[in-house]
Design a protein around this ligand. Structure first.
Ligand code: EPZ
Length: 422
């Protein structure tokens, strides 16, 4: 298993290109199942999770060609010959559940393995199932699989989500495009990845209104056509790299960054003493003084502060002036980076969903363990400004969601290298 060694090396200066959004691509790819015609995605990120979704779609009979070094995904679901998503693929990536809605909508039946939990929480899929049942699906859970079927095709219905769920909104949105009649999704997720999906589906011929608000209305159509669609910029990768100069000092321009994707995050950075300015090519980030100020953070569904940036924000607050309180309201166990940061000298008290961080002058490099995708990158961020060497083990978590993180940071002056271990 590879590891990454990062050594505190002073301010960072330069530009970092931001890739297409993993979490948009992982829902745009299953959308190909809704149509016989080709769907091509551009600005696709080169990540392990995209390869896993490619394997899953190919296992169903879809053609997925990765072109231009993976930045273009040319897909066709003309020859789908299976509606079963096997456990051995689904267990690697929870987003596999997003093939359920499209398969059911187009073929009237599907068998998808339950994804199982993951390190940040149980992450059930009951809301995905509730939404599809509201459209007439008959679901049975057997042998760890969801067996779904509907005779005569899905019908439009009203889905009132008790809590906001990104994935359940995406599954329901895709399924509703081919349901007979009108579907209304209430308390729908408002994430930019949902907006991106709706825009792509509309290019394919779907009739959708309200994406980006908490109520989305879909008028079902008989069939969808093909399209070419650029994957929206990854707001989580963007926020992650914006924190690098906030932690180390210096000035970094995140190319392709858009302020509307990270508004609540930028608000918190401003409170902490970090300037973010829009440029012709993206967002430029620079810390105002020698040290950021403590700020309190509560994670919420979009447009609130994103849970996927909580670990990275904590890494910055470990060396802030003062005490910060972070509340994680989306997942039940998303502070696993805290014990690792404590090994580096951070002062963090975790009680349930609340972490209290008392800033220290400087952290000390140490061997640390990555536990999930965002925790792993928070350890790298902490290591960038720590005294001495930090060795982050199990970086396969990192490669699921970040393209060439060491190259992007090295280009700005970071002392960072990947050590390949068989
Ligand atoms: C998506 O996960 C993202 N993943 C996550 O990013 C992100 O953290 C999350 O949305 C929240 O923004 C992808 O898009 C592939 P949810 P998802 O359904 O859809 C509960 C990353 O690091 N829930 O919005 O699984 C759930 O347990 C990943 O890139 C149910 O109870 O998240 C959680 O507590 C991590 N029943 C809350 O809702 C359900 O049926 C929000 O989950 C579904 C969800």
């Amino acid at each position: 298993m590879d590891k990454i060694i990062v050594t505190g090396n002073g301010p960072l200066n330069g530009a970092i290109p931001i890739a297409g959004a993993k979490n948009a691509c992982l829902t745009l790819m299953p959308a190909t199942l809704l149509s016989e015609d080709p769907l091509t995605l551009t600005n696709a990120p080169r990540l392990a999770d995209i390869k896993t979704m490619t394997t899953l779609l190919q296992s169903l009979g879809a053609e997925v060609s990765s072109l231009q070094e993976g930045k273009v995904l040319a897909m066709s679901s003309h020859g789908i010959d299976s509606q079963k998503a096997d456990y051995d693929i689904v267990r690697k990536m929870r987003a596999s559940i997003l093939v359920l809605g499209p398969l059911l909508a187009r073929f009237g039946h599907a068998e998808v393995s339950l994804p199982g939990g993951c390190s940040i929480g149980a992450r059930p899929v009951d809301l995905h199932l509730m939404a599809l049942e509201a459209m007439g699906a008959e679901l049975e859970l057997k042998d760890g699989y969801v067996h779904a079927k509907v005779s005569g095709g899905l019908k439009g219905g009203v889905v009132d989500f008790p809590i906001v769920s990104v994935g359940a909104t995406e599954n329901a949105l895709m399924a509703a495009t081919l349901a007979k009649g009108t579907t209304v999704l209430k308390n729908a997720a408002r994430e930019p990845e949902i907006v991106d999906l709706a825009q792509c589906l509309r290019k394919m011929g779907a009739q959708i209104e309200g994406e980006g608000t908490s109520q989305i209305t879909i008028q079902g159509v008989d069939r969808l056509g093909g399209a070419t669609h650029p994957v929206v910029t990854d707001r989580i990768e963007l926020g992650t790299y914006m924190l690098a100069p906030a932690i180390c000092g210096g000035e970094v321009e995140c190319l392709g960054g858009r302020m509307d994707l990270v508004a609540s995050f930028v608000e918190k950075l401003d409170q902490a003493g970090v300037d973010v300015t829009e440029t012709a090519n993206g967002l430029k980030v620079k810390r105002r003084g020698d040290r950021v100020q403590a700020v309190d953070v509560t994670t919420e569904p979009f447009p609130g502060f994103p849970t996927d940036l909580q670990a990275q924000m904590m890494a910055m607050l470990c060396t802030a002036q003062g005490t910060s309180v972070l509340e994680e309201k989306i997942f039940e166990n998303r502070f696993m980076h805290a014990p690792e940061l404590i090994r580096m000298g951070a002062k963090i008290d975790v009680h349930g969903g609340t972490a209290t961080v008392t800033g220290v002058d400087r952290m000390k490099g140490a061997p640390v363990m990555a536990t999930d995708l965002r925790a792993s990158v928070s350890l790298i961020l902490a290591g960038l400004a720590a005294e001495g060497e930090t060795v982050v083990n199990r970086v396969y978590h990192l490669d699921r969601g970040y393209e060439r993180v060491e190259d992007k940071l090295m280009a700005c002056g970071a002392k960072i290298e990947r050590v390949r271990e068989e």
